[in-house]
Structures are given as C-alpha cells and as structure tokens.
Design a protein around this ligand. Structure first.
Ligand code: NAP
Ligand code: MG
Length: 497
C-alpha cells in the first residue's frame, strides 16, 4: 500500500506553506526567511516546508515569553483560570483527534492505530491532569523554633522556560513539557525536533484557540545546533527541560552554566527486560515484543536487553524470533501496520550499523537484521530484529540503538541478573516477568532504574512519575513530582511580635 500524504489528510494546517512558527501570539516566518523540510519517513517524500528558527527567532520568542511572564494578563490570572485554559486544550485535542493522529503518523511514521489509541488520548490526558494541578500547588506553614514568627512558603513559577523535545513521540513530548510548566504559571518557548515539528505546531494553534494570552506559549521549530543551542544558552531563560540523547543532554548542561539556569533532563536508556522461568511465557513474549518493537524501538525505555533464564532460553528466543518475523511492517497510514519505519535515513544507517557491528562481534540475527525492500524501499524500514549469541560486553549490549533491535542474553541466578542489568551507564526503566510475588518485589528493590514494570511494559500515565537514574537524566516528569521542576520555593518570615 502506498498512499501519498495529500491523499490521506485534509488539513488546512498542511496547506499553508511554509508552516509558520508561533512567537508572541503571532504566526510568523523565520527572521532569516529560511525554511526546512520535514519528511514522511514511510515514503521519504517531503511532507511540509517549515519556518526554520534560529538564534534571532529564539531571541524574539524569549522576549515575548519574558513580557508575558512579567506583565499582561498571564501573571494576573487565577489558578482556576489557568486550569480552565489547560482543560480547554485537552478538549480541543480530542475534537481534532483524527487530524492530529494522522499528522503524527505522517510526520513520524508510527502506525495510525497507535497514534489514535495512544498518542492523542495520552496527550489530551496530560493537559487535563495538569489542569487539575493548577489549583493545587500549595506552600506550607513551618513550625520554626523562634517565638512570634509566622513562617510559610510560597511555590512560585520559575519564569521563562525553554523546552527541547525529540522526534519519537512529538505530540506527547510537547504535552509532557507544556502542561506542567503552564499549570505552574511559567511562560515557555518550545523547540520541537526538526524531524517532526508538525503536531507541536498544530497544538500551538489549539493553544491560541483555547485563549492563552499572547507570548505565554511560543513554538520555534529549527535545528538543534542553532535554535536549540541558542535557547539552552540564552541568559534570559530561567530553565531548560530537555528530552533526547545523553550526548546532547550533556551539552545542554554545559550551555546552562552562563546563568545557572535550572535543568531537567530525560535521556537515553538500555533497559533490561528479564524473564524468569516461572513467568507466563505467552504474556512475557508478547510483553518483550511490545517492549522493543513499539514505536520501531525508538523509545527511551525500549526493553533492548532481553535477559531470559537459561532453562527457558531456547524456547523463548524461538518464540520471539517467530513472532518478530511475522510482524506486519508497513506504512503507518495502513490500519493493519504493527511497526512503521524508523525516523530518518540517518537513523536507518545508524541502526543498520549497529546490527553489522553486532554480527562482527559474534552475534547472530535470529530474526530480521535487514532493510525492507519492494514497495517499501523508498521509506526507512527495517525488519524487527532479534540478536542471539550476544555477551554483555558487546557494543550492541551496551549502547542505546534506538531502533527495532533486541539483544537476547541468558542468565541463571536472580542476583546475577540484577547485577548485570544494573551494569549500564543508563538507569531509565526495567521489566520483570514472574509469577512469584516475592521475586517481583525483590527485583524492584535490586534494579537501579527510575521505573520497574512487573508483568507489563511501557506503561505511562500522567499521574505516575517518570525519569532516570544515572546518565538517564535529572529530575522527574509527570505526577506531582514534575511540579518541583517548574516551581521555586519562597520562604516568608512575618514577625508577629
Ligand atoms: P538529540 O540530538 O538529543 O535531539 C533531541 C532534541 O535536542 C532535538 O530537538 C534536537 O534538535 C535538539 N538538539 C540537538 N542538538 C542540540 C544542541 N546542541 N543544543 C540544544 N538542542 C539540541 O536526539 P536525536 O538526534 O533526535 O536522536 C539521537 C539519539 O538520541 C537516538 O538515537 C537516541 O539514542 C536518543 N534519543 C533519546 C530519546 C529519549 O526519549 N530519551 C529521544 C530521542 C532520541 P534537532 O531536532 O534539530 O536535532
Ligand atoms: Mg517528519
């Protein structure tokens, strides 16, 4: 099935060319007049031309965000009014669910059934959840040991917040960033990934329609090394929230030193997914498939190191390989597609390079290992890949591949597998499959990662904190934990004598 973008979406948004950026409540072209192309990864064809923001546009956006934070309607709004605006965004996202799902699928490549069932509803949920928090950000009264003092705290917004997001979940990442920052009363400049700017910009239109005051939300598409770097280094930005690679996360941290802006980082992972012999094998194999092939493996929590107990190893890997080979790989717009393309030619080359390195170091592909040809040859498609004969020291077992490639590793003992699972620079997520409740809790305590899923994988909810140990990042998103990252505490001392 080959379907061109224009046949699959009737969106006034895509008919405007170039797609403009949002600064100070206005939709504008880049100061330089430059544009860049965003492609449909299923066809390799240009989907849209987008205004290419760089340092000058970032300066304009930061000035607009500063003005909106200091004066105008936003700082005077009540928490209830802020909550209502966020709630309205959630409603508008739901009203435009089909359009947003299709835009996401075209720009990112992911199967439409997942854009519809997961990306759109979870994005709306995120705005709705944080709409509720706007009225619940409370300080405390402190029982200090100094007589006649009333001492209390206020939780105040940080100010102007820069937010830089990746291409793997463009719409959800925009909501993870925008909703809590706005609930807490900040103003923002969001830089979407250059590969997938469209849904964030469309949500920008919905944010304007909801009635947010000008300059509260600014969206500047552009390249990381220009627009992103300018935002990270800007001296009038109070905080950067970043999701992406550990390598760029370190650059953000360095760039923040100029004004010691606050930083939160959601970075990479190399997550262990561990199957014990007492697991329900049918569910464990299904879970392991979802853990690695959901979103073509382009998810920071991907269960990319599959540890399987020696006693069930051969059977499990055979089942995995068979199921991986049977997966329907295709264009995201086809409702039957289970796995879409990877995001770019560059990513396809990078992931294929890892498979080659794996083979050179002694691994064998039990499934996949190659590109998809035929009708799909113009897109960036790879077969779901299972690598066997792998050791912990191999490159493919240590580095984040960020593609549909799982490495399988046998183990024997619980302490042994926990120690091996923890032996990584990352510590984002882990999965455990067992029917023994004691073993489940023991593994939760032994695994050094921000999330542990037991008999499930890749579960996310706006209410549940998410973030990494070690080089997987700083800080937490979601739940009330994220509000710490978007507020600062002021302590007031009132002498009552
Ligand atoms: P990336 O380079 O870290 O990109 C993430 C975001 O940072 C994008 O908006 C990017 O802009 C921007 N950026 C790049 N360089 C920057 C700089 N010097 N200063 C400020 N912002 C900058 O990630 P990627 O290239 O998309 O993917 C590479 C690898 O990152 C993946 O293979 C994977 O290992 C990891 N990754 C992790 C996650 C995650 O959720 N943890 C998500 C995506 C990728 P551009 O769009 O212009 O590059
Ligand atoms: Mg694209």
């Amino acid at each position: 099935m080959t379907t061109s973008a224009s046949e699959t979406i009737e969106s006034a948004f895509l008919r405007q060319q170039p797609v403009k950026m949002l600064i100070g409540g206005q939709w504008v072209e880049a100061a330089s007049g430059k544009t860049f192309e965003t492609l449909n990864p299923a066809t390799g064809k240009v989907l849209a031309h987008v205004a290419e923001g760089d340092a000058e546009d970032i300066n304009r956006a930061v000035a607009a965000a500063r003005k909106a934070f200091e004066s105008g309607p936003w700082p005077k709004m009540t928490p209830s009014q802020r909550g209502r605006l966020l709630w309205r965004v959630a409603e508008l996202i739901e009203e435009h669910a089909d359009e947003l799902a299709m835009l996401e699928t075209l720009d990112n490549g992911k199967p439409i059934k997942y854009s519809k069932a997961s990306d759109v509803p979870l994005t709306a949920d995120h705005f709705r959840y944080f709409a509720g928090w706007a009225t619940k950000i409370e300080g405390e009264t402190i029982p200090v040991s100094i007589p006649n003092m009333l001492t209390y705290t206020l939780r105040e917004p940080l100010g102007v917040v820069g937010q830089i997001i990746p291409w793997n979940f463009p719409m959800q990442m925009a909501s993870w960033k925008l909703a809590p920052a706005l609930a807490a009363g900040n103003t923002v400049i969001l830089k979407p990934a250059e590969q997938t700017p469209l849904t964030a910009l469309r949500i920008g239109e919905l944010i304007c329609e909801a009635g947010f005051p000008d300059g509260v939300v600014n969206i500047v598409p552009g390249y990381g090394h220009t627009a992103g770097a300018a935002l990270a280094a800007h001296l009038d930005v109070d905080k950067i929230a970043f999701t992406g690679s550990t390598e760029v996360g370190k650059k953000i941290l360095q760039a923040s030193a100029g004004n010691l802006k606050k930083i939160t980082l959601e970075l990479g992972g190399k997550s262990p997914n561990i199957i014990f012999p007492d697991a329900d094998l049918k569910w464990a194999v299904r879970g392991a498939l979802t853990a690695i092939y959901f979103n073509s493996g382009q998810i920071c929590t991907a269960g990319s190191r599959l540890f399987v107990h020696q006693s069930i190893y051969d059977e499990t890997i055979s089942q995995m390989a068979e199921a991986a080979a049977a997966m329907k790989v295709g264009e995201g717009v086809d409702p039957a597609t289970e796995m879409g393309p990877v995001i770019t030619q560059e990513q396809l080359d990078r992931v294929s390079g890892y498979i080659e390195t794996g083979r050179r170091e002694g691994a064998t592909a039990r499934a996949g290992g190659e590109r998809v040809g035929g009708d799909l040859a113009d897109g960036f498609f790879l077969r779901p890949t299972v690598l066997d004969q792998v050791t912990d020291e191999m490159t493919v077992a240590r580095e984040e591949i960020f593609g549909p490639v799982v490495v399988a590793l046998p183990f024997e003992e619980i302490e042994e597998v926990a120690a091996r699972a923890n032996r990584s620079i990352y510590g984002l997520a882990a999965g455990v499959w067992t029917s023994d409740i004691k073993k489940a809790h023991k593994m939760v305590s032994l695994l050094k990662s921000g999330v542990v899923w037991v008999n499930t994988y890749n579960q996310f909810d706006a209410a549940a904190p998410f973030g990494g140990y070690r080089q997987s990042g700083y800080g937490r998103e979601m739940g009330h934990a994220v509000l710490d990252a978007y507020t600062q505490i002021k302590t007031a001392w009132i002498n009552l004598r």
